[in-house]
Design a protein around this ligand. Sequence first.
Ligand code: ZN
Length: 135
Amino acid sequence: MPRPNIDVFGQCIMCGTSLIEERVIDGKVVTVFKANRTETTYLLSDGSQMKVAMCKKCKESLDGTESAYVMKAVVRGWQHELETYSDWKQEQKDKYMGVYGKKKIVVRSDNKQKDVLTKHFNEYKVKEAKLKKDK
Ligand SMILES: [Zn+2]
């Protein structure tokens, strides 16, 4: 399946497959997560953790090379969501994306111990500082 290139609620970020369904419970239609839905967590360059919705099949086949794609798709999702904020001025939107659009994935974090993550994060910061210096 082709990659959707954007993070949309209720969809797998990797393959676009639907992760939600409507069910009738007690006579009301409710949106529930399907059994194939799971999440993958990434450590970001500002030290925060980001959860991304995926189907179980895609999560099983992750090899670490997906992180640049995932970040791009998430940022596109944020941008798309911002466009629906009609009460926000363009200036506010630019400022928001100036902060959030700069976040980067350091490493996938839900399959790593805390000390390993700290090591990755410190290495990332050293690399980042060196890049800034070389500019
Ligand atoms: Zn998938």
